[in-house]
Every structure is written in structure tokens, then in C-alpha cells.
Design a protein around this ligand. Structure first.
Ligand SMILES: [Zn+2]
Length: 398
């Protein structure tokens, strides 16, 4: 599938998605006390989504200017290619690194061809045209890899991509000059660094070359200079998918890499064991909406690449935020009424969205999602409340 047809089918998917919205959801939420105890599944079927690349293949989607998305390597990757080199947001799964590198090299070659210096046009008698016409500068190297979280489908390619790249001294580093030839810099929040250096649960230790070289521990981090003609900023999203998530804003092309704050085909993965919470995800999505500017009636404008799924704009993010807010409020209401986790699951608080985002199989089921929402809203009750809601609900933590 070509990039153009991906873009076209993406637009079709957006149009189809709009038709499939469960329009009654907002009204039901607003109805408050009159809401039925159990939410019925919507009659809508899942909208046709953008066609995923064939398994094992990496697809390139031009987003805007010199910024591209790569699909199919595990998590979605965002790539900036230009005169300063290559910056990647996320590295994909380890076994896909060769395909990711091939896609990056293709973008590098295309950039070189597009930016080949024009012939000087002198006659052959006065000047050798051979040197001018057949020698082009080699492609600029990979210089930065950013990890939006420590998950293996986001950091698996770190080692190979780093070692295929290069860090220049003088311009962008203040560290030991001996490190200068040791590949690209890897940037991440410090919780990603500590998680990777202590080993991720159930996975082999991460080799030294796969560890972030630069970690930040405050609210944001920015590249000290323009890169490929624009400023690039990382923002920490505390307690969202995990405790170490970053989003990455390309300020000139106005593209935001969202990491696992959002996934267009599933509920967000809230990794409670690694510090993820539903309210952190909602805070993050609201932050993204504050940063994004629409082109026309909430459509177009700032373009965003979620960690998984298709390209989105602010309308998609707002819809996803609304959906999560509604489900969060329903679970919170049930917690206040003293319901146990099993009772909350039985009430099916996400029922009208399950056709679009739910799953009964795989690593992240609807039941996993509801459990994460329940726990991170402070739901701790193990036995049903027999006082008819008169006993105080357990203390709630945010
Ligand atoms: Zn992911």
C-alpha cells in the first residue's frame, strides 16, 4: 500500500468513525441518577479502521514537511529527516530494527536526492563536470532516539539504531568527548532509564548500548538547538500509561508523538504496577488538547501519532478523552456506592464503547482496563457493601 493510499484510507476511516460514534453516550452520562445500573452494549459495529501494514513490514506515512510516521515495527515511530540528520521517536521491537533502519535509510536517500545541489552548468572544457554531478554528500546520520516509555515495543530497537547513528561533539553535547563516536543519543525520562537499567520484569537485561544516554527528571526537556529547522520538546506525562511517559512536540511541523497515552484501537494500557493511572492518562490527553490547534472545526491542524493505531487530529483526541472521562466517572460513581471490582465489571461501565475499543482476548482486555481504572481511583472493596450504600466508601486517592 502506498503512502497516498494509506492517507486516503485514513481519511475514509476518520469519516467512518464519525458515523459510528455512540451519540447517546454523553446524554446517558449527563442523565446522572436516571442512568441504568448496567450500560448496554451499543448496537454499532466497529468502524473499518485503517488497514495495518502486512505483518513483519514497516510502512512509511509522510505526515507534514520532513516528519514521517513508521507503522508496523511494534509501537508507531515518528521520524524527522533533514539537513541535521535523523531523530526517531521510539525504536520499535528489537526484531524489527533492520526493517526500521531500511525505512530510515530510504528516507535519508530520498532527502539527499531532493536536496542535491544544482549543477553549476559550466562547459566541459573549463571545468570537470564529473565531480559536480556524481558525488553527493552521504546521508546525515541518526542523531537522536527518544523513548516515550520503557516498553519493549518502544525500546527494543534502541541498541541497533543507536549504533547506526552518531553524536557530534561541540554542537549538542557537553559530555565526555570520548563518547562522541559511540552512536546516537537516546533521550528519555529518568524513570525509563532506571527501569531499563534495573531490568524490565520477565525480560533479559538491557545491554548498555540500549540505555538512554540523556535522561530528564523535570516537567520537560528540549533539544538545545533547532533540529531540521524546528524546536523539539519532550513533556513528561506523570502517572499516565506508566510513571515515565513522554510526549514529543515538533513545534514547527506541529506534530505530536503521543506514545501510549492513546491507542486508536483499544483502551489505553494503564500499567498500574509501573505507576500508571486513569487520571494521569486524562491529564495527559487534556494537556495534549491544550497544546494542539485545529485547522477547521476541530479537524486537521496539529497532527498526532498515537503509540498504536492510526494518525489522529484534535477531534480524535477529544473524542477519546470524552470516552475515557465518561467511563472514569461511571466507575467512580460505582466505587462511591461501595461496589466491589467484580460488581463494577458486571455493571459493564464501558459497554457502549467496547465494540470500538474493547477486547476479551490478548494482553490488554476490557476487564484489565476496568480493573486498572477501579484500582487507580482508589477502589479497594473486596466484599459487597450490604448497608445499601450507607457505609462510607473507602478513601479515594488520586
Ligand atoms: Zn506501546
Amino acid at each position: 500500500m502506498t503512502a497516498r493510499s494509506i492517507a486516503a484510507s485514513g481519511a475514509a476511516a476518520i469519516a467512518a468513525l464519525v458515523v459510528s460514534l455512540p451519540l447517546g453516550a454523553q446524554q446517558r452520562s449527563d442523565a446522572g441518577a436516571s442512568r441504568p445500573a448496567s450500560v448496554q452494549p451499543s448496537k454499532f459495529t466497529r468502524a473499518p479502521m485503517i488497514q495495518a501494514p502486512p505483518s513483519g513490514e514497516v510502512e512509511i506515512l509522510p505526515i507534514r514537511g520532513h516528519v514521517y510516521a513508521l507503522f508496523g515495527a511494534g509501537a508507531n515511530l515518528v521520524v524527522s529527516v533533514g539537513s541535521d540528520g535523523v531523530l526517531l521517536v521510539d525504536a520499535g521491537r528489537a526484531e524489527m530494527s533492520d526493517k526500521v533502519l531500511a525505512a530510515v535509510q530510504r528516507l535519508q536517500r530520498e532527502w539527499v536526492v531532493r536536496n542535491e545541489p544544482p549543477s553549476i552548468g559550466f562547459g566541459a572544457e573549463t571545468r570537470s563536470s564529473v565531480a559536480d554531478r556524481h558525488i553527493t554528500a552521504p546521508p546525515k546520520p541518526i542523531r537522536y532516539v527518544i523513548n516515550t516509555s520503557a516498553d519493549s515495543d518502544h525500546v527494543g530497537g534502541n541498541e541497533k539504531l543507536r549504533n547506526a547513528g552518531h553524536t557530534f561533539t561541540g554542537g549538542n553535547v557537553t559530555g565526555n568527548i570520548a563518547d562522541a563516536t559511540e552512536g546516537a543519543a537516546i533521550l528519555a525520562h529518568e524513570n525509563v532509564l532506571s527501569r531499563l537499567s534495573h531490568g524490565v520484569e520477565g525480560q533479559p537485561p538491557v545491554p548498555a548500548d540500549a540505555l538512554p544516554t540523556d535522561a530528564y527528571f523535570v516537567d520537560f526537556y528540549k533539544l538545545s538547538h533547532y533540529f531540521n529547522g524546528e524546536g523539539i520538546q519532550l513533556f513528561h506525562m506523570p502517572k499516565a500509561h506508566t510513571d515515565g511517559d513522554s510526549i514529543v512536540h515538533f513545534r514547527g511541523t506541529d506534530v505530536i508523538a503521543l506514545g501510549d497515552l492513546m491507542s486508536t484501537g483499544s483502551y489505553p494500557v494503564i500499567d498500574v504496577a509501573k505507576g500508571g493511572t486513569i487520571n494521569g492518562v486524562l491529564d495527559g490527553l487534556n494537556r495534549v488538547l491544550d497544546m494542539s490547534i485545529a485547522e477547521f472545526r476541530l479537524e486537521g491542524g496539529t497532527l498526532m501519532v498515537p503509540g498504536h493505531g492510526r494518525l489522529v487530529d484534535s477531534a480524535d483526541v477529544a473524542y477519546y478523552r470524552d470516552m475515557l472521562t465518561i467511563v472514569r466517572d461511571r466507575v467512580e460513581d460505582l466505587i462511591k456506592k461501595g461496589r466491589t471490582l467484580e460488581q463494577v465489571k458486571a455493571a459493564n461501565p464501558s459497554g457502549d464503547y467496547d465494540t470500538e475499543y474493547g477486547s476479551t482476548t490478548g494482553p490488554w482486555t476490557t476487564a484489565n482496563f476496568i480493573e486498572a481504572v477501579y484500582k487507580t481511583l482508589g477502589g479497594v472493596r473486596l466484599k459487597p457493601d450490604t448497608t445499601g450504600g450507607k457505609s462510607p466508601a473507602p478513601a479515594r486517592k488520586r
